[in-house]
Design a protein around this ligand. Structure first.
Ligand code: ZN
Length: 182
């Protein structure tokens, strides 16, 4: 199967199509991720406005590059529920880019981790295998709170955003604004 069709399969699968949530972002803006967000990314891949390429990222990782409109997946990567969830994370960044959204990177990453957690939850990924300190795990716990209370738990939200703000991985852009350019 080509990378492109593998990506389309993840974007269209049952786990992804049941991802839907919103939260109030750090500037008060309503941040929304809906099934249609992923369908639009799929359409853009079919229309070759977004491409999928192999390599250029470390093993086990993936990236959406909003400048070149390309998903980069790790070379020789074995696709699994955990990796699919990561691709869904990257697809959230792609969806904001396509929609020409302007939002703080902090909110963009928060939405991506909640979506990643949502995919893990929908696919029945064993919680015991998630690093309890990791951001995807916090994303999954936020999904639990959204399903339970209708909105994300504010303490968990602060915890997730605290890890993003303090991590060297995000240091160079997390306090900036994301500007989607389609
Ligand atoms: Zn991200």
């Amino acid at each position: 199967m080509s990378l492109q069709s593998q990506m389309l399969q993840v974007l269209g699968d049952r786990q992804t199509s049941r991802i839907s949530f919103s939260f109030s972002g750090s500037t008060g803006l309503n941040i929304e991720v809906k099934p249609s967000s992923f369908l639009r990314v799929g359409e853009a891949i079919r229309g070759e406005r977004i491409t999928v390429s192999e390599g250029g990222v470390p093993p086990g990782t993936a990236q959406y590059d909003s400048e070149w409109n390309v998903f980069r997946v790790a070379r020789g990567q074995e696709w699994s529920r955990a990796y699919n969830a990561l691709l869904v994370h990257e697809a959230v960044h792609a969806a904001f880019d396509l929609a020409r959204s302007r939002l703080p990177w902090l909110d963009n990453e928060t939405a991506a981790y909640i979506a990643q957690g949502y995919y893990l939850r929908n696919s029945g990924f064993p919680r015991s295998r998630l690093d309890e300190l990791g951001q995807p795990y916090l994303g999954l716990l936020l999904v639990d709170s959204i399903i339970r209370d209708g909105s994300p738990d504010s303490e968990l939200m602060q915890e997730l955003q605290g890890t993003l703000l303090s991590s060297p991985q995000y240091h160079h852009y997390i306090r900036r604004e994301f500007i989607g350019d389609g």
